[in-house]
Design a protein around this ligand. Structure first.
Ligand SMILES: [Zn+2]
Length: 208
């Protein structure tokens, strides 16, 4: 993961939109009832943070001949789990984001910790937890027989601090357990809401 400047959120242009906290439906004006999910009084005002992404889109908006592109073999990193590599299409793609979902207690955190231990390549793994303490994760690691110098732990829910840590550590892999516990002051919506999860995923992805 290359060191890239994080987006200048404070310099961004802010617009306002109204978003349904139930389903994420957006509207330019406030609505008492959501036309998408029929919930009442779920619309709240939200600032849209526009980042420099727009430039990129404009720059690439002229259609080009497909055969003029150079197809590069994507660099993939083995996770240490054959079956997981297969599901990912041959391993983790550098600079990509993978969302791991599933019922509570299904073993997501255990699998993630094992990936942290087994993932190939140089550099550190940054494990960010907004749910569990370092002690809880250390206990799990001990139970799994994991004692890996390259795994760094950060107990944090403020995505701006997390992003700064990513820039400082420049890790080969970042774990965020879990995305819905993270929040940003930039977004005026509750942690875990559709807007927060969407914007935080975008923000943390851009700091990779
Ligand atoms: Zn709705």
């Amino acid at each position: 993961m290359s060191k890239r400047k994080r987006p200048q959120l404070d310099m961004a242009k802010n617009k306002t939109v109204f978003v349904c906290s139930e389903c994420g439906n957006e509207s330019t004006k406030w609505l008492g009832k959501c036309p998408a999910c029929n919930s009442w009084n779920t619309f709240y005002e939200q600032k849209i943070v526009e980042t420099k992404n727009k430039e990129k889109i404009t720059a690439g908006s002229t259609p080009q001949k497909l055969n003029s592109y150079e197809a590069k073999e994507t660099l993939r990193t083995n996770t240490g789990f054959h079956e997981l590599d297969r599901v990912l299409g041959g391993g983790l793609v550098k600079g990509s984001l993978v969302l791991i979902g599933g019922e509570p207690g299904i073993g997501k955190s255990t699998l993630i910790l094992q990936i942290c231990d087994k993932i190939k390549g140089d550099g550190k793994v940054l494990y960010v937890s907004g749910e569990e303490s370092a002690e809880q994760i250390k206990l799990r690691a001990d139970r799994l027989g994991i004692n890996n110098e390259d795994i760094l732990f950060l107990g944090e829910t403020d995505i701006d601090i997390v992003n700064q840590a990513i820039i400082n550590v420049n890790p080969k892999l970042v774990i965020i357990d879990s995305i819905q516990t993270m929040y940003s002051d930039e977004i005026t919506a509750a942690a875990g809401s559709v807007s927060q999860v969407r914007e935080i995923t975008r923000a943390s992805y851009e700091s990779l």
